[in-house]
Design a protein around this ligand. Structure first.
Ligand code: CUA
Length: 158
């Protein structure tokens, strides 16, 4: 093979990879519905605990099988640290952080967000299967980062 042919082969390979990656990106965003959580508003980051709904962290039933869970991320835990909802619920998590940036990932789901002081993050998910999910912080937030976790328990249908 001449140098030109090798170069051409690499150019074609690079172009094919770019097209494949763009295709995968397009597929995941359009066909699988993956996207970044939207910015759902701003609050004063130093006054989170006095700002509704964050003055009442916890699980709130808002309709038949519909729940809102207000979650606060802080160094180094989630409030509430344990969330219990019945199977078959549609749950909207409304969350923010009180101090520094934290992560919010619910194991076994596609829920993965950043909790940013002053920004409200909203995620909705349907929990059909009973079980237990670990909630972890996936943004390094200081010396206790690895201790920051919570639990989400989906209880047998009601
Ligand atoms: Cu919070 Cu890492």
């Amino acid at each position: 093979m001449t140098v030109e042919r090798i170069e051409k082969a690499f150019l074609i390979l690079s172009a094919a990879m770019l097209i494949a990656f763009l295709g995968a990106l397009f597929y995941s965003s359009v066909a699988m519905g993956m996207h970044l959580p939207g910015r759902e508003g701003e609050i004063v980051p130093t006054d989170v605990r006095n700002t509704p709904p964050f003055d009442q962290p916890g699980v709130h039933e808002v309709g038949a099988g519909e729940y809102e869970v207000v979650v606060l991320g802080r160094a180094w835990g989630f409030e509430p640290s344990e969330i219990r909802i019945p199977a078959g619920s549609r749950v909207t998590f409304i969350s923010t952080a009180t101090d520094v940036i934290h992560g919010f990932h619910v194991e076994g789901t596609r829920m993965n967000a950043m909790l940013i002081p002053g920004q409200i993050t909203r995620l909705t998910y349907e929990f059909d299967e009973p079980g237990e999910h670990l909630i972890i912080c996936h943004e390094y937030c200081g010396i206790g980062h690895h201790l920051m976790y919570g639990r989400l328990i989906v209880e047998e249908g009601s």
